[in-house]
Design a protein around this ligand. Structure first.
Ligand code: HEM
Length: 499
């Protein structure tokens, strides 16, 4: 009662009004929680979150719902997003629940800590992602070669039906482990060829792919724990702890080997000229748990994001032959004399295709923040949604990036369609309606690495193949969500090699 009274007083003092409140069928919002978990398992989680905002009716872009002991604000309003990431960034952070939910797998590190500990982690890692470090196209090319070998072509010029999603996962796992530990896990070379999505990691037998399986399964647990918020740490099992143990064991091999090399051969390691994140971090600390955690946080953040982007891009290209042909023609002209970092960034149509993939598929479909103190959001309150909203300390806010990127009033009546040309046109949003890498202090540090890897892969594949055919039977789009969003039906295509 005291809390309610204080809430009302503060709301009035700050001239705020409440946004539409979603009614619950039970007092604790338990059924809504079950609904949310079910939507995730049925591979329609991004649409489910957006549909919550649709419930009160047209023109509403922010709502509140009760979820267990928390009141959750869900928004797809760019003005609120701007406030969260920039103008009021000090009022919003990841909140303590994330650490408790992620701790068994990831421990303390960049993506789980806040305050001074986060600043320290970020200062340690951020410089390692400078342009020079991440524009190593030789690294990309080595692993693209492994991908190319897998894509055998028959006499008629076509590959067999192939699911590109696990192949892209292998590609990105191999590059990022080499970047982090100086040694690739070689999943592309060792993978058995699956035809169904998600088989590759779970069916491979060697140690490296076992590691992939444990990390992937561990991350799925993290997602479901996060849905439960503050109570997420209760959602556990020996299976989950076993995944965590196996992941740590694998990463520790690299870490202990590096520590044993010690100071003595530091010069030798750095003079090889190859950038390895673990070596760079080992210059600052020899604490094995810190080295494990910091590298594991980067590994976890990059594990399935770039591969999901690549998967979705080819998913859409296979369904849009016009875009495929146009993109290929541009690539053949722009990259006639080689590929460099600057050219990749400057190829506008390629970047538009990537942006459109981010927009339609929303690789990270929701971003959660928690209020670090009593604060407000500029929009969504009152009958016309124009008043500011009061949010007490510890309130949870969910940005529905998927919902925002599908708003017809911002993106046009064809917002659901994949049409890269829209990026050449004027639109309404004003910048904060499109945040694939988040924004503000906790913005993704791997953005440039991800975009370079994705762009390079698209260029190399379209140089080799001049045709793509969708091999998936018609059906609804499915979002396989484990913090990151990839196609739930894989990317089942066949490719035609250019003569
Ligand atoms: C398409 C690819 C990617 C997308 C869409 C993406 C998106 C994001 C988003 C939305 C966040 C903010 C999450 C939050 O605060 O809740 C984030 C954070 C982060 N990303 Fe990425 N990411 C991608 C690739 C990568 C790669 C390749 C790396 C590393 C090699 C990476 C490393 C990180 C790290 C370490 C953070 C945490 C930053 C912090 O908390 O200060 N990401 N990413």
């Amino acid at each position: 009662w005291q809390a309610k009274k204080r809430y009302n007083v503060e709301r009035t003092r700050r001239s705020c009004q409440d946004p539409p409140q979603l009614s619950n069928r039970d007092p604790f919002g338990l059924l809504r929680l079950i609904e949310a978990l079910k939507a995730g398992r049925e591979e329609r989680m991004p649409q489910y979150v957006a549909s919550l905002i649709d419930q009160p009716g047209p023109g509403v872009h922010t709502v509140q719902a009760k979820l267990l002991s928390d009141k959750m604000t869900v928004t797809r309003d760019p003005q609120n997003v701007e406030a969260i990431f920039t103008t009021q960034a000090q009022d919003f952070d990841i909140g303590p629940a994330r650490l408790e939910c992620f701790r068994p797998l990831l421990g303390l590190g960049l993506t789980t800590v806040t305050g001074e500990a986060w600043k320290h982690s970020r200062a340690l890692l951020r410089p390692q992602f400078s342009r020079e470090q991440i524009s190593d196209l030789d690294l990309e090319e080595r692993h693209i070669q492994d991908l190319m070998k897998v894509l055998d072509v028959r006499d008629n010029g076509w590959t067999e039906k192939v699911d590109l999603q696990p192949l892209f996962s292998n590609l990105t796992h191999d590059t990022v482990t080499e970047l982090l530990y100086g040694q690739s896990i070689g999943s592309q070379k060792h993978a058995r060829r699956p035809s169904a999505p998600y088989e590759s990691l779970s069916k491979q037998s060697d140690e490296a792919s076992e590691f992939g399986h444990h990390l992937e399964s561990g991350k799925s647990w993290l997602y479901e724990r996060m849905v439960l918020g503050r109570l997420g740490w209760l959602f556990s099992s020996t299976k989950f702890y076993n995944h965590c143990k196996e992941v740590h064991k694998y990463v520790d091999n690299f870490v202990y080997a590096r520590i044993q090399q010690g100071e003595a051969d530091k010069t030798e390691i750095t003079s090889k000229g190859k950038f390895v994140l673990l070596n760079e971090l080992a210059k600052h600390t020899h604490n094995s748990v810190q080295l494990r955690n910091e590298t594991l946080h980067v590994l976890s953040a990059s594990w399935d994001t770039t591969s999901a982007l690549l998967g979705w891009l080819f998913y859409f290209l296979a369904r849009n032959p016009r875009v495929f042909d146009k993109l290929r023609n541009i690539i053949l002209t722009d990259f006639i004399s080689g590929i460099d970092f600057r050219q990749l960034n400057n190829c506008r149509y390629l970047q538009h295709c990537i942006n459109e993939t981010f927009r339609v598929a929303a690789i990270i479909p929701v971003i959660e923040r928690v209020c670090t103190r009593d604060t407000t959001l500029p929009q969504g309150g009152g009958p016309n949604g124009r008043s500011s909203i009061f949010l007490p300390k510890n309130s949870r806010v969910l940005i529905s990036t998927y919902g925002m990127q599908h708003r017809a009033d911002i993106w046009g009546s064809d917002a659901a369609d994949f049409r890269p040309e829209r990026w050449e046109e004027e639109k309404n949003g004003g910048g904060w309606d499109f945040v694939p890498f988040a924004g503000g202090p906790r913005k993704c540090i791997g953005q440039q690495f991800a975009l370079t890897e994705a762009s390079y892969t698209v260029v190399r594949l379209l140089q080799r193949f001049d045709g793509i055919e969708n091999m998936e039977p018609p059906g609804p789009i499915k979002f396989h969500h484990a913090l990151t969003n990839s196609s739930g039906t894989g990317v089942q295509v066949r490719l035609h090699e250019a003569k």
